[in-house]
Ligand binder design. Structure first.
Ligand SMILES: [Zn+2]
Ligand SMILES: [Zn+2]
Length: 246
């Protein structure tokens, strides 16, 4: 299983960091996770052809995570895709796709984009392919927000999505090989995490490794890293193109 951070930033313009996107490669599948504006270009720069993506999983429906979706669906139409492009996410995703279709003109009619909505009430999961499982849990955020865990080849990687402090996320992180977590805030808030909250979670769940993304400019990177490193768990800041393989 390989995880690549495609976009490590936020919606704020940054020449070096795009909005949130990850790529999971496992069990013969290439799965795009989220995808803010610019994801198609960054994927291409990293050597991946967006036309060859097999599926997409959305952590939630904020534009810094889902803004590129209409462009990706249009790309599949223009490229004459003939196999379905399955999309997974929390409740409300079906309506989003229907509205994109209505607004931009039946982008998926030729190939089909079957939607699977995962529960916002408790843990859920689905096999993306034989040997690649997606497990989810509701996140403390808006617009159908989920935590995502991908399991393949005996490994588990966890993506926080956007979230406030979350016991469900702590549960998913127990025994995980990698936690990719947002660290949007410098101090505690309701709908995003700060480094002290991540440190408390990491101290309890002990994932093998932690990577920070989605830092807003008022988060001091070195202070955040030191706060989490004090737990003894390896931590670093991600960048566009950062990757992990296990
Ligand atoms: Zn959000
Ligand atoms: Zn976000």
């Amino acid at each position: 299983m390989k995880l690549t951070i495609v976009g490590s930033g936020t919606i704020l313009p940054d020449p070096d960091r795009g909005p949130c996107a990850l790529l999971i490669e496992a069990a013969g599948l290439r799965v795009l996770v989220d995808g803010g504006s610019g994801t198609l270009r960054t994927l291409t720069k990293l050597g991946h052809d967006p036309r060859e993506l097999d599926a997409q999983v959305l952590s939630h429906r904020h534009l810094d995570h889902a803004g590129e979706l209409p462009s990706l669906l249009f790309l599949h139409k223009v490229a004459r895709r003939r196999r379905p492009f399955p999309i997974f996410g929390g409740g409300g995703l079906t309506t989003l796709i229907e509205r994109i279709e209505a607004a931009f003109g039946e982008l998926t009619a030729d190939y089909g984009a079957p939607v699977t909505e995962l529960s916002l009430r408790g843990p859920d999961g689905v096999a993306l392919a034989p040997g690649l499982r997606l497990s989810t849990a509701p996140a403390v955020h808006k617009h159908g927000a989920l935590h995502l865990a991908f399991e393949a080849d005996g490994h588990r990687v966890v993506f926080s999505g956007d979230t406030g402090p979350s016991s469900a996320l702590t549960q998913l992180c127990r025994g995980a090989d990698l936690l990719v977590t947002e660290c949007a805030y410098a101090t505690p808030g309701e709908d995003h995490l700060c480094a002290a909250e991540i440190a408390a979670m990491v101290a309890e769940a002990r994932p093998a490794r932690v990577v920070l993304t989605h830092l807003y400019p008022d988060v001091d990177e070195s202070t955040a890293l030191a706060t989490i490193a004090a737990t003894g768990v390896r931590v670093e800041r991600g960048f566009d193109g950062w990757s992990w393989e296990g």
